[in-house]
Design a binder for this molecule. Sequence first.
Ligand code: GLN
Length: 212
Amino acid sequence: ALRIGVLELQGDFYEHEAMLQRCGVQPVGVRRLAHLLDDRGEVLVDALVIPGGESTTIGMLLDELGMLEPVRQLVRPPHALPVLGTCAGCILLAREVKSEPQLKRIGCMDIEVQRNAYGSQVDSFECHVRSEQFADGEPLRAVHIRAPAITRLLQPESVRVLAAIEGRPVIVQQGNLLACTFHPELTTDTRVHQHFVAMVRARTRKAMPKST
Ligand code: GLN
């Protein structure tokens, strides 16, 4: 069975876990390094979800718990651990954060983000987004809560935009990394998580020797 870790340091991890369960996956809570790696250095999860919340807090905790560098290593090739980051999680994945280069983060995805991009007045809003990737059924309900914006693709040839609102990317994928500026976990629509689970399954199949 797939073991999808959910980072439980701060934020809406519970909602991600409920969502994964609805996708038929039993989530694994990750609160410290020992939940990711055993003492022989074996990786204990097939993927990691970084929830929405406060990116500065989650980044600081990752650092203080000695998890930041190990997670960075796991995300890079050759291991290339699949990661889904929503909202704060998207910020933690971004290589560049506008005007906050010091923000502690994994920083492995070739996107530039701006935190709280929608201003204080309308910093939370909901809209619907149509996307070719998620074309079956209704448009996605995009719940933005003090959301970041993806302001630039730093490697446009390797970052795929799965959904955009008014020309601004809101779901992007680069290899095994999936980032979303909004909170699919706060809806009942499982499609974004299902897409992530499919990414993880595809990779896990590749990584495992064929059993005969
Ligand atoms: N504003 C938060 C941040 O900058 C993100 C908000 C969220 O995750 N809903 O980290």
